[in-house]
Design a protein around this ligand. Sequence first.
Ligand code: AMP
Length: 281
Amino acid sequence: MQVFSNKLDLRNFLNSSNTNNKSIGFVPTMGALHDGHLSLLKYSLKENDITLISIFVNPTQFNNLEDLEKYPRTIEKDIEKIKSLSKEIIIYTPEVNDLYEKTITSEKFDFDGLENQMEGKHRPGHFDGVGTVVKKLFSVVKPNRAYFGEKDYQQLLIVKKLASKYKIPVEIIGCPILREENGLAMSSRNQRLSPEARKKSCIIFENLKKAKKNFKTQSAQKTKEFLENEFQKNKMFTLEYFEIADEETLLPCKRKNKTKKYRGFIAVLVENIRLIDNLRF
Ligand code: AMP
């Protein structure tokens, strides 16, 4: 396995003759890998000559220090999981100062308003942090294709916008959400839940599905009220937001328009751990 912790070593390797002119597929992650991450690697392995994964817990995208400190870090296990998929996958696991050098700060971005909705509203500075790290990673890896999960749908649109605004020659590929057996969207943060909460968190997806059904005959406002009511029934969960938004602009649906496609987006707190999910409506 090729494992790099330094961007110069990685660049030298990628510039070397045996990797030149080969297509590079890139999967950026924060580690604590699960099958959702591995599914992105599988797409990349199919479509590219070289697959590269980065494992880096990016400090600038955390607006909550406790969340950053408690973020699971399982690098040895991660390497084993990657190895079980293919020994050819290249791993980049930088320290903070390898990517950020002197100052650990975010660039400020304008993503044409995508950054002002949902996660952007509730996690100030989050998408500046995401934009900063993804731009840095793209400049180190120079991938032909990069794979992002629809689990973080708003992030996926923002990364597409970043690539187009900065004319970065990379194809951004969105991949479907992988779920646990009970329907809970896979997430590194799920590891922090108690077994009981992990089991009961299936209601997040169940309520999203109920809301989707409700939205077929009801307005967005009525569906929001319906879903809020569903969460009131269970004290273990605090609904942070539920929004029905246009899939392209992420603007909230005020009045249904048949020519538009919508998605339901949700953020919930369980045992003080923040979980997000979304579903095509
Ligand atoms: P993270 O390590 O949480 O930053 O995620 C790294 C990448 O994996 C992002 O593009 C995520 O959207 C994607 N991802 C995370 N969870 C899932 C999932 N359950 N299914 C598919 N992709 C996922």
